[in-house]
Design a protein. Structure first.
Lengths: 308, 239
């Protein structure tokens, strides 16, 4: 059975801003499902609708068989929600915050310690500290404990790693991996494309629309261009020169490398491109074929308008 | 001449040392990546370098001016853009630039032309009379950058300018950074996207208030024996 079934959900604000446009997808039970897209794409609006905090203009949502609008009280008992902004009580201590959420959900810390233990171990040394005085990473870990303390069936995490450094981000994803062992369905949003590969399936969202939905591996398999990479000392000159490149291709810097996806017959495109580089005196090292990343896929879908 | 020269720059908040005797130089026109984990002291250091916060000890010269005694001159010579969107949503694109341009004392007769030239470069001249609230985030960030360099500062401080921005617009934003740098503007930028660290001429990595590593991306990768800046960062923080 699907944990969440979303059908034709739309939401606009003041009739003007269409935050979510006719979104349909489902999330399977026990799955880690990623909602990947930039700020303003509609991720938080969708999260607020799924967590019963906002009514959609139209569409249906079932959460483990229950209607998110009609059965909202029952739905609230089975979900955990980590919002995009810090929403715990800054004047309560770490321990007090956790106690508060446990009591509100008529649960107890002892009852669900097995779920939160790996996280709680990391923050319990600070249990008497006020939540407002914790570092960013610690706040997120406490918020996650509070969202899990009633052992929810579905956990929603709205951009838990935004603005977090790469090491803390990796730690957070390791924690998510441990949570799924308890059979909890996880829906997580992120603007970081590299994190998408840690999800079972991802939906790419842009301007309120789902532009692609698949496993990370299938996205990569479905990449339509022929992707090549090379290094150049002068990325800026290359960027400028590429504006006059006659080939049907997508070119963009990618870390220390340059990526180029060709959409013409590769046997002729590649030598033509090499000639273009040398005609423009653009030095480069060997141009090698590579497998695309999820970020390459996102760029291709948006720039070539391959969304469905 | 160096655009930025920090000399034993230190800031303490009570017992806590947020920035601990940092020393580094940034050349004119250089793109300098100022990296570090959350809470490493980057924002405090940037606040001191932009004349918003006085150091506990040590000093820095920014565009040749001393942060201890010449903070007013520094504020005129720098641009600043933060991760939090800093334009006014209920003013139009043009009005926002007009407001900041006037605050920075750009002569009235020049201002309109300069704004329109800048908007044309961004391909946003048609949006001049659109309310900022109604344009997409990526455009806002590009607009905020153009606004931060409208008064032609020598140095721009960018504090996580691309946080949450989609991969295509992030690259467009970096093109603007390259463009500004090629005109001699010095850029100091913080980011949590490690691929962006590779776009910098040089980077530093801060931890516990100190600059622990500094060099070109290539040098740091060699020094740590890894292939990407992400690995440099992870290896460094983990040890």
């Amino acid at each position: 059975m699907s944990a969440i079934c979303i059908e034709n959900v739309s939401k606009s604000y003041g009739g003007k801003v269409k935050a979510v446009r006719d979104v349909t997808f489902s999330v399977e039970e026990g799955e880690v499902f990623g909602l990947v897209g930039p700020d303003g794409a509609g991720k938080s609006t969708l999260f607020n609708i799924l967590t019963t905090l906002l009514l959609p203009d139209s569409g249906n949502i079932k959460m483990l068989g229950m209607d998110v609008i009609d059965d909202y009280k029952a739905v609230r008992q089975i979900i955990g929600y980590l919002p995009g902004t810090f929403s715990l009580y800054p004047d309560l201590s770490v321990q007090e915050n956790l106690d508060f959420f446990a009591v509100m959900y008529k649960s107890s810390i002892a009852e669900n310690m097995s779920i939160i233990e790996p996280i709680w171990k990391q923050i319990s040394p600070f249990k008497d500290r006020k939540a407002g005085k914790l570092s960013g990473g610690m706040k997120q870990k406490l918020a996650l404990c509070c969202a899990l303390i009633h052992c929810p069936k579905v956990l929603f995490l709205d951009e838990p790693t935004t603005g977090v450094d790469p090491v803390s981000r990796k730690e957070f994803w390791d924690i998510l991996k441990s949570i799924r062992k308890h059979g909890i369905t996880v829906v997580v949003s992120t603007p970081y494309m590299d994190e998408a590969t840690r999800c079972d399936r991802i939906a790419m969202i842009q301007e309120g629309k789902i532009i692609g939905i698949n496993t990370p591996a299938t996205f990569i398999e479905n990449f339509k261009g022929k992707l090549y990479t090379f290094k150049s000392e002068d990325i800026f000159s290359l960027l400028n020169a590429m504006e006059s490149c006659p080939l049907d291709c997508n070119y963009y810097p990618y870390g220390e490398h340059c990526h180029i996806a060709f959409y013409d017959d590769i046997a002729t495109a590649l030598p033509q491109f090499e000639k273009f580089l040398s005609d423009n005196n653009l030095q480069h090292d060997e141009i090698r074929a590579i497998a695309p990343s999820v970020e390459d896929c996102f760029i291709e879908i948006v720039q070539r308008d391959f969304s469905h | 001449m160096y655009s930025i020269e920090a000399n034993q720059l230190t800031k303490q908040f009570g017992e806590f040392t947020a920035v601990d005797h940092i020393c580094f130089q940034v050349r004119e026109g250089e793109i300098f990546g100022f990296l570090g984990a959350n809470g490493a002291g980057k924002t405090t250091a940037i606040k001191m370098m932009s004349g918003l916060l006085l150091p506990t000890s040590g000093t820095a010269t920014i565009a040749g001016y001393d942060i201890l005694t010449q903070s007013k001159l520094i504020k005129k010579s720098i641009g600043y853009m933060s991760q939090k969107f800093s334009l006014y949503g209920d003013l139009t694109v043009f009005e926002n630039m007009q407001l900041f341009g006037t605050i920075y004392g750009i002569p009235r007769r020049e201002l309109k032309d300069r704004i329109m030239a800048s908007l044309r470069e961004l391909d946003m001249d048609k949006q001049a009379n659109t309310l900022v609230d109604s344009i997409p985030l990526g455009w806002k960030q590009k607009l905020a950058f153009a606004t931060a360099i409208l008064h032609r500062p020598k140095i721009v401080f960018l504090d996580e300018p691309t946080s949450g921005v989609d991969p295509i617009v992030r690259r467009e934003f970096w093109k603007l950074i390259y463009q500004a740098a090629s005109k001699g503007v010095t850029i100091l930028v913080t980011t949590h996207y490690m691929d962006e660290a590779e776009y910098c001429n040089r980077i530093s990595i801060m931890a516990e208030g100190q600059i622990k590593l500094i060099g070109t991306p290539e040098e740091l990768k060699q020094q740590m024996g890894v292939d990407t800046i992400n690995d440099v960062f992870v290896k460094f923080v983990k040890r």
